[in-house]
Design a protein around this ligand. Structure first.
Ligand SMILES: *Cc1c(COP(=O)(O)O)cnc(C)c1O
Length: 246
């Protein structure tokens, strides 16, 4: 990839300003403090130079979907906070437990168990989120809402994991009202779990196209790829579920 670091730096500054002002406006509308929202820069498929540019502009949290790519970047920038947000295969849990600082995409007990066993003790408990299927489509990743509590209670007992909350990737929709509905479902689910004795404080929801709707419904982490890094090139890239391509 031909990347002129100076040119990208000024582009990055503008893109970041645009995203931050969208966050600020949504917060104003929601009566929330922008300081309570973490901007997670989704750097999957993008080169480390772009990560470096955003790190220089003050971002600390970066999201990756593919384990090996994320590990490579983490080793180059161990000072940053790396979030695993993609589908997890059980043969990759060891690398994830060793190299990532957060995991958003836990969708079954087996994955949680393995991460719990494989987390190096010196790194401290790994903060994790359960990915919830809020759209009801069988093709979508995540745990059906009615099965979340059982998984949450099991993870809450694991010493090397720290269950922090829930994540979702809803089906695409265009109106603000439609966009808000799965995010509202996720927030209500988190509130229910807290009433059942869990202590969860994190809602990872909202991407480039729907961050406003997510903030209005209580997002604490928004995951932004395209609007910071530009469109992803899928020519020779690894698989991604079709609804997220573009
Ligand atoms: C790629 C991806 C994002 C970023 O999506 P954009 O629409 O490019 O902002 C967020 N979350 C997950 C889980 C992703 O895979």
């Amino acid at each position: 990839m031909n990347l002129d670091p100076d040119q990208f730096e000024s582009e990055a500054r503008q893109r970041l300003e645009t995203v931050q002002s969208r966050i600020a406006r949504a917060c104003e509308q929601a009566g929330r403090n922008p300081a309570d929202i973490t901007l997670l820069a989704v750097s999957k498929t993008k080169p480390i130079e772009m990560v470096n540019a955003y790190a220089k502009l003050g971002l600390k949290h970066f999201g990756e979907n593919y384990v090996q790519e994320g590990v490579d970047k983490q080793m180059q920038r161990p000072d940053l906070c790396w979030h695993m947000i993609g589908p997890i295969q059980s043969n990759k849990t060891k690398l994830i437990a060793q190299h990532f600082d957060w995991v958003h995409s836990i969708d079954r007990l087996k994955i949680a168990r393995r991460l719990n066993e494989q987390r190096p003790p010196e790194k401290g408990p790994l903060p994790v989120l359960i990915e919830v299927n809020t759209s009801g489509e069988a093709s979508k990743a995540g745990v059906p809402p009615e099965q979340v509590e059982e998984l949450a209670q099991a993870i809450a007992k694991m010493d090397s994991l720290q269950l922090r909350g829930l994540m979702t990737i809803p089906a695409r929709s265009t109106t603000l009202e439609e966009q808000r509905s799965p995010f509202r479902m996720l927030r209500e689910l988190l509130e229910q779990l807290n009433q059942r004795g869990l202590q969860l404080d994190t809602l990872s929801m909202g991407m480039s196209a729907d961050l406003e709707a997510a903030i209005l419904e209580g997002a604490t982490i928004v995951r932004i790829g395209t609007d910071l890094f530009g469109p992803r090139d899928y020519g020779a890239q690894k698989q991604e579920t079709p609804h997220k391509a573009g």
